[in-house]
Design a protein around this ligand. Sequence first.
Ligand code: GYE
Length: 323
Amino acid sequence: MKGKALALAALLFCCAFLCGCEPKQQAEEPALVLGFSQLGSESSFRIGNTKDIEEKAKTYGVSLMMDNANQKQENQINAIRRFIAYRVDVIAFSPIVEEGWDNVLNEARQAGIPVILVDRTIKTEDESLYLSQIGADFYEEGVMAARYLMRKADALQRDTLHIVEITGTENSTPMKQRHDGFWDTVAGDPRMVLLESVNGDFLRSRGAESMRYLLEKYGDQIDVIFSHNDEMTMGALPEIEQAGYTPGRDMILISIDAGQEAIDILKAGKINCIVECTPMLGSLLMETALNVKEGREVERVIHPAERVFSDEDDLSALLPRGY
Ligand code: GYE
């Protein structure tokens, strides 16, 4: 026993000695320092997007400075200024609204720091203020939602469908483009009649409020609810049920994002169609930022592939959504 203990002690001593003699491992230099201003945490899309960017930064050896602006443009501008002061290699941000970025982006340019837009885009006189936009084709999402509704109208043999729309954040890219894509597509179809479009700011609470207002005003005139994201749809659902209607049957619900919670409700028959908007943009962002740092050309607009999930599909084998 004593012999064994001695042998073990000797072994431990040797190990400690050998480790001590080994050159200390240098802390690895990050591949790049990336400042990212996230716009907030308003939805499962946003939370999934933040998580994916954090995870992919680790995978790609990128040192990430992440700031959450809590739904305020002013906070995003301050974060971008901090990234400039810190002299990060690349700045990325998800602009909450489209306008009002030129000053701060000019400051980034003067400091020689390249900028990438994630998810949403901006309006600017000077397109060279950012190198690339990585995000969904929101116009196409609106088109896909409208095409589903036209197929549904055919299937139900309806002459008229009265539609209410609950839109996302005013002046944000997804709000504008989803609206345009949808209404441009149904424009030539006389069955599609807009009752009213209200703003729900992409929030569950505002989705509920909007739905209450619409139900009080239009009641059973409402045939279709086109909601610009899952969060607002899920806010609207209990209101519809409390008003005595069966969502998915008495009223057609169309949503966007396709996070797990909404997909489960679609499978249960209370949502009819969800257009995918994937928040998994982390890998594309890391690859683009690394290319930018190396001075390689990058694509101006990068859209992830997206699809539609609806009551037309068999979704039993669908993999977990991850957000
Ligand atoms: O659809 C919504 C989120 O900008 C695409 O923002 C994104 C939208 C997404 O809050 O849920």
